[in-house]
Design a protein around this ligand. Structure first.
Ligand code: HEM
Length: 460
């Protein structure tokens, strides 16, 4: 009814008065992709453009209004797909935009570019309109092709409930799930979120880099620099495989144990507080939330350790040493007797390594959404908790067996420092020990009661 009075230059002549008419300001990538999706969802569409007669190819079935005023007047819901720098023209549209819902889909190139969120700035420019921030976390690609797993949600915020409802309805028709983030003051957060790169990975990545750098330095000093200073030998080539094959499994084992440490700390807190109804400290919450990432990094590093171990027999250095030993035995006409203990010992730690890695893979696979979705909560937590502790135990045992009696030999403590494998056993051993304490019947019973809601008479 409202578009008969509005002068439009039609791109296509189809017109169905049953369909709701929407308006998009801006004919860039985002405007075009959004338009295509809206047309597919059965809306009619009018574009507002600075250059109505030369705005490039638009989705078939859409129209371009001769002016922004005309476009604004024709629809109740207006998508603003222009950059913030070009918002100023909207001020002159104040009369046409009064009472209309204006959707701000904009993003910035950097954080803190402006003192005020784009959507809040817009609301001040056109106080008579109802500004809703939405769709900005989606790419033009996701808008054009419809929701995919990673882009199913449309976050929105705005000051007026009816306006948000109108936008939510449209988003739902496009197949997205709407998440209402509250009033327009949340716009800042929504505008910042596409600028973040892997936010859940920040803490685990810092930890990985920190631990890797520390242990790399530690083994370089203890192996390469020690040999150079004390024996005048250059063994720096060992950095590439031998040292890498220490650093990766060490960091892997520590990270695996760090997946289980926060759960143990939480249990200890609950036991000492005598209640589960008190919030955990922030750092513990954040730690708990990144356990999956810690586990995945740990699995990746364990895989590297396995690959590095597999190439040991084909290394030039190893083949050379084997040949040299054989030749010297022939020359000196000596044979070393077969050492059954040595066979047991090495086979045992290889076997523990293989078992540990197998269980580790199982943990990783069961955390894939396609797998975890078909598991019940009980099954999932059985795998991640019980099998997780078993994995940690076996991998720790693998490392103890590898160390065997090295701790008894003074030569292991170069420059009075313990070998790196000993350092990496500290956290896993502590986690396993604490877990065993928590499994003691008297402790376990109390913890179970607390988790079922029981409170100590006088929780401090
Ligand atoms: C050390 C084999 C899985 C943790 C070693 C070593 C070998 C080995 C041969 C001695 C490396 C050297 O001489 O420097 C294997 C095999 C595995 C496996 C065959 C599975 C197929 C794992 C897993 C973990 C792990 C899953 C735990 C995350 C360690 C640690 C060391 C070690 C911490 C001591 C590193 C050092 O300080 O030298 N493993 N391993 N291993 N492995 Fe494994």
């Amino acid at each position: 009814s409202c578009n008969t009075s509005v002068p439009l230059c039609p791109v296509s002549s189809e017109d169905d008065p049953e369909q709701e008419l929407l308006c998009i300001f801006g004919t860039g990538d985002l405007g075009r992709s959004l338009g295509q999706r809206l047309i597919q969802a059965g809306y009619r569409l009018v574009y507002g453009s600075r250059r109505p007669h030369s705005c490039g190819p638009l989705p078939p079935g859409t129209q371009v209004a001769t002016s922004h005023e005309a476009a604004a007047q024709s629809a109740q819901l207006i998508f603003l797909c222009v950059h913030r720098e070009h918002y100023d023209f909207l001020e002159s549209l104040t009369p046409q935009l009064k009472g209309k819902v204006v959707v701000d889909v904009s993003n910035n190139l950097k954080r803190d570019l402006y003192p005020e969120a784009n959507a809040e700035h817009l609301q001040r420019l056109i106080p008579g309109a109802h500004v809703v921030k939405a769709f900005n976390t989606l790419s033009a690609w996701a808008l054009q092709n419809g929701p995919s797993d990673a882009n199913r949600q449309v976050y929105l915020c705005g000051n007026r409930t009816e306006a948000k409802q109108a936008v939510a309805e449209t988003a739902t028709k496009l197949g997205f799930t709407v998440v209402d983030r509250g009033s327009l003051s949340a716009a800042r957060e929504l505008e910042d979120s596409p600028l973040q790169l892997f936010p859940d990975w920040r803490l685990p990545m810092r930890l990985t880099v920190g631990l890797t750098a520390f242990f790399f330095l530690y083994v370089v000093i203890r192996d390469v620099i020690y040999a150079y200073v004390e024996q005048r030998k250059d063994i720096s080539f060992r950095i590439m495989v031998s040292l890498a094959n220490k650093v990766f499994p060490i960091v892997s084992l520590i990270m695996l144990s760090l997946c289980y440490l926060p759960g143990i700390m939480a249990a200890c807190l609950q036991l000492s507080r005598g209640t589960k109804y008190k919030r955990f400290p922030d750092w513990l919450d954040r730690w708990m939330l990144c356990r999956k990432q810690l586990g995945l990094v740990s699995l990746a590093f364990a895989s590297l350790h396995v690959l590095y171990t597999l190439i040991i027999p084909i290394r030039y250095y190893v083949r050379y040493r084997l040949a040299a030993i054989t030749i010297s035995q022939i020359r000196e006409n000596k044979t070393t007797a077969f050492d059954t203990t040595m066979a047991w010992r090495t086979d045992s730690y290889y076997s523990m390594g293989v078992l540990g890695f197998g269980l580790f893979l199982l943990l990783g696979i069961s955390s894939l959404p396609s797998v975890s979705n078909i598991l019940s909560w009980r099954e999932f937590s059985f795998i991640q908790s019980k099998l997780g502790y078993l994995t940690l135990f076996i991998c720790t045992f693998h490392t103890y067996l590898y160390g065997w009696d090295k701790f008894l030999h003074l030569a292991s403590y170069k420059w009075f420092t313990p070998p790196s494998y000993m350092l990496c056993l500290i956290v896993p051993s502590a986690v396993l020990l604490l877990k065993m304490l928590l499994l003691l019947p008297c402790v376990d019973k109390r913890l179970t009661r607390i988790r079922q809601g029981w409170e100590r008479a006088d929780p401090e």
